[in-house]
Design a protein around this ligand. Structure first.
Ligand SMILES: Cc1cc2nc3c(=O)[nH]c(=O)nc-3n(C[C@H](O)[C@H](O)[C@H](O)COP(=O)(O)O)c2cc1C
Length: 359
């Protein structure tokens, strides 16, 4: 079975084609420092061919929701060092997912400052989780060109810290409506400067960040997560095929480890221009290793690998609930079901107490 065979990923050979998808667990402290419980959580899952961390804030003001971790203070770096060391001791490989939430945040958790975005357009029809409960989205502040250049540098700084913390690589979170995805979207980016107005200009921010990450990390150390057909967080494009194919073609020119593609999980009836299968449409454009995500189980993951586009399948909720997921796939064992109530926030319950098969 391909899922459980070794695969090459950049310069590494990884032990199977089962990756753990990035998952926010909101269990850092108020300073964005992860605890020993987080070390245990990732170590428990080190049998994955590749672990991708929860999204990690690149700066204090990149933050969208409370209790999410950071990678900008010495204390945060020291805490992540414990995670990477323990994962490496188990023979695991771990990438840090780098996060700037842009307009998906709220001033109550940003020292009173409004969230920032390509354009001053707030998210409608959704509410945001804050330390003071659910709140309506605010109208974000439009970034100046100088501020955009600074954020590109901030990603580079976080990547330097990821090296210090011992991560094998970094993944840019350019999916699910966060800042990079906002730049890529016609509904969130109405800029008329070099960062908006055309497919190429909307790609510019993501490509500048990716170049910065490659400059810092080197060859085969950088991946990117994209969700071309996910319209959550008010992200839409009139022609997503043109936008994301052009982006992936430009990414082909960079020495990346992988492109991580998330299929849309929401109904696409109102979006006739959206391809039904993002892995097929966009994965076939990529020259890099493709990681396929969203909604896979063992059988559908294996079937996806057999198609020959994706080389690795990432599992979110199933890996959250099954610390020994590759083993369970191998033995065709029953799977623990994820508990939605304990996904975000709290302590060990629903975090590190999902049983292993041996238990
Ligand atoms: C609790 C939870 C937190 C998540 N947090 C993130 C995140 O921080 N970054 C990210 O790119 N995706 C995040 N996701 C999305 C997953 O990476 C993945 O795309 C999604 O769960 C679909 O994969 P699955 O069907 O295998 O669960 C999260 C998903 C879950 C369930």
């Amino acid at each position: 079975m391909k899922l459980l065979e070794k695969v090459t990923l950049g310069k590494e050979t990884i032990k199977n084609a089962v990756a753990m998808a990035p998952m926010t667990r909101s269990r850092a402290n108020i300073e964005g420092v992860v605890s020993d419980l987080t070390t245990l959580y990732y170590t428990q899952r080190a049998s994955a061919g590749l672990l991708i961390t929860e999204a990690i804030n690149i700066t204090e003001l990149a933050l969208g929701s409370p209790l999410t971790p950071g990678l900008y203070s010495d204390e945060q770096i020291e805490a992540w060092k414990k995670v990477t060391k323990s994962v490496h001791d188990q023979g695991g490989i771990i990438y840090a997912q780098l996060w700037h939430t842009g307009r998906v945040g709220h001033s109550v958790d940003r020292k009173g400052q409004l969230p920032v975005a390509p354009s001053a357009i707030g998210i409608k029809g959704q509410q945001h989780f804050t330390s003071q409960g659910m709140k309506e989205y605010e109208t974000p502040q439009e970034l100046t060109t100088q501020e955009i250049k600074q954020i590109v540098k901030d990603y580079g700084h976080a990547a330097r810290n990821a090296i210090k913390a011992g991560f094998n690589g970094v993944e840019l979170h350019a999916a699910f409506g966060y800042l990079p995805n906002q730049f890529l979207s016609e509904s969130a980016n109405l800029r008329t400067d070099e960062y908006g107005g055309s497919v190429e200009n909307r790609n510019r921010f993501v490509l500048e960040v990716m170049q910065e990450l490659v400059d810092v990390m080197g060859i085969d150390k950088v991946g990117i997560k994209l969700s071309p057909t996910v319209y959550y967080n008010n992200i839409t494009n009139s022609d997503p095929v043109a936008q994301f194919s052009s982006l992936i073609e430009a990414l082909n020119e960079l020495p990346l480890t992988y492109v991580h593609l998330m299929n849309g999980l929401l109904p696409l009836d109102d979006f006739p221009n959206y391809p039904k299968n993002a892995i097929q449409t966009f994965g076939s454009v990529s020259k890099h290793t493709v990681i396929a995500n969203a909604g896979f189980n063992k059988e559908s993951g294996e079937a996806e690998l057999q198609k020959g586009i994706a080389k690795i399948i990432s599992y979110g909720a199933l890996f959250l609930a099954n610390p020994d997921l590759p083993k369970r796939f191998e033995l065709d064992a029953e799977l623990n079901q994820p508990d939605h109530a304990t996904m975000y926030g709290g302590g060990e319950h629903g975090y590190t107490d999902y049983p292993f098969l041996e238990d």
